[in-house]
Design a protein around this ligand. Structure first.
Ligand code: GBH
Length: 464
């Protein structure tokens, strides 16, 4: 009984949302079924040299055919919420015109299974899988894409609005813009500072247009949100040039989205800093006001902090010119299998910053988790002790932020399943459920059992 349990020292508020998260291209597979057409990630993953081992999302975790089993897993974990994304090319294959019924039916079935299991569906409209036809017409650097996105949002609100009450427009527009069009590490793989900045702006515009569309199409109780991967950026020292390097990255990674979406303005220093791009005429009158549609919460994805100093990094980069003035420093301490530093304080720092800068905006951690290799012990249990330690540390940081007054309403663990980890293919495993990709067999890892206990208790014990 939770009330008499004295071992739970870090208790979370009543009604806190405990979830897991996934994304369509990373788990669904069924890439050519029921009318789905290629997205930019299908094209990119088929381009030699772009994804490790030539992996694609053709089959992935075969979730398209295993919805019942996957929802049953979540019911076992006891999650209150599940965050999934909708594959735009599955429901509107060319990114224009009428929707495909079978595609809509898939998401209706998923939402129904979740509701039957007592799990709240949380739908993200865009987790990076742009219909290839829209990319061929110019992609996110092209303004028209924002209007196409708003139309697609309306289709989904009409199709799922009776079942889904919580909506997110975009997942991590920074990645879509700056990894997709700036550094080229992600689809569609372009390398242009101007293209990346145009993409970022049109994603902000798309978000605002879609937020208004959702609001108009859904009943009053629906929630509308945006998910950002805010960068917890720290200066290597208090020397003014290092502090300035951190300011530059904060502008091009964080404030480029926060300022339009919450304040209807562009950061002035960003416009000044983003040489070689000086012509910002792609930002038209009224766009920033459109981007600033009222939201019910801000989603934050956090994995690790960055440390920067004055210096120079390589181009082409994800930093739209800032790389000419900024050097990324290896952060100290342990690392995950992605080689990302493990530092839960970065999450606390971000939450406290948002408490101060966005008063009145509820916060939800829409992704947090880690890639580690797991191993089976002699009795077949899948062990992942580093992941358990990572999760415990980060949830403790969330608890600290709550105690410090941050309005955090929920936590979604990335990820439910091992999946297609973008440019890393299947070489990195983020799941709390192990997937044997040869047989599609799912096995709970220790971290899944641990998370189920946390949820059942409503909090953490002193140590994992
Ligand atoms: C998320 O993105 C995605 O939403 C999810 O689909 C993905 O599977 C998951 O995380 C794990 O990768 O570029 O120098 O700032 C993560 C975003 C952006 C986090 C790049 C790490 C690297 C340091 N990532 N960042 S830097």
């Amino acid at each position: 009984d939770a009330r008499t349990d004295t071992t739970t020292v870090l208790r979370f508020p009543e009604g806190f949302r405990w979830g897991t998260a996934t994304a369509a291209y990373q788990i669904e597979g069924a890439a050519a079924e029921d009318g789905r057409t290629p997205s930019i990630w299908d094209t990119f993953s088929r381009t030699p040299g772009k994804v490790r081992n030539g992996d694609t999302g053709d089959i992935a975790a075969d979730h398209y055919h295993r919805v019942d089993e996957d929802v049953a897993l979540m019911r076992r974990l006891g999650v209150t919420d599940y965050r999934f994304s909708i594959a735009w090319p599955r429901v509107q294959p060319t990114g224009r015109g009428p929707a495909v019924r079978k595609g809509l039916d898939f998401y209706r079935r998923l939402a129904d299974r979740l509701l039957e299991a007592g799990i709240r569906p949380v739908a993200t409209l865009y987790h990076w899988d742009l219909p290839q036809e829209l990319e061929d017409a110019g992609g996110w650097p092209h303004r028209e894409t924002a209007y196409r996105f708003a139309e697609y949002a309306g289709i989904m609100a009409d199709a799922l609005g009776d079942r889904v009450a919580t909506w997110t427009t975009l997942n991590e527009p920074w990645c879509a813009a700056f990894l997709g069009y700036g550094s080229g590490e992600h689809a569609p793989g372009h390398t242009s500072a101007l293209g990346a900045l145009r993409a970022a702006h049109h994603l902000n515009l798309a978000h605002g247009l879609a937020a208004r569309t959702l609001r108009g199409a859904l009943p009053g109780a629906a929630e509308v949100s945006l998910t950002l991967n805010l960068h917890a950026v720290r200066a290597l020292s208090q020397a003014p040039e290092d502090v300035d390097a951190a300011r530059r990255i904060d502008a091009v990674a964080n404030r480029i989205f926060l300022d339009p979406v919450f304040h209807g303005r562009l950061p002035e220093d960003l416009v000044r800093d983003t040489a070689p791009v000086t012509d910002w005429s792609f930002v038209r009158d009224g766009d920033l006001a459109t981007a600033a549609a009222p939201l019910d919460f801000l989603g934050i994805n956090y994995y690790s902090p960055s440390v920067v100093a004055a210096g120079a990094s390589e181009a082409p980069s994800a930093w739209a010119g800032a790389e000419q003035h900024v050097r990324f420093e290896p952060a100290p301490g342990p690392r995950t299998a992605m080689d990302w530093p493990v530092d839960a304080n970065g999450l606390h720092e971000l939450l406290v910053r948002l408490r101060d800068e966005l008063p009145g905006v509820p916060l939800v951690i829409t992704e947090n988790g880690a890639a580690y290799d797991d191993y089976a012990d002699p009795s077949g249990n899948v062990k992942d002790p580093e992941r358990v330690a990572y999760l415990h540390g980060h949830l403790a940081a969330v608890h600290r932020a709550l105690a410090d007054g941050a309005d955090v309403r929920g936590y979604f663990l990335w990820s439910l399943l091992d999946n297609f980890e973008w440019a890393y293919g299947y070489s990195k495993r983020f799941g709390i459920v192990h997937v044997d990709f040869a047989t599609q067999r799912r096995t709970l890892k220790d971290s899944a059992r641990w998370y189920a206990e946390v949820i059942a208790r409503g909090g953490l014990t002193e140590t994992p």
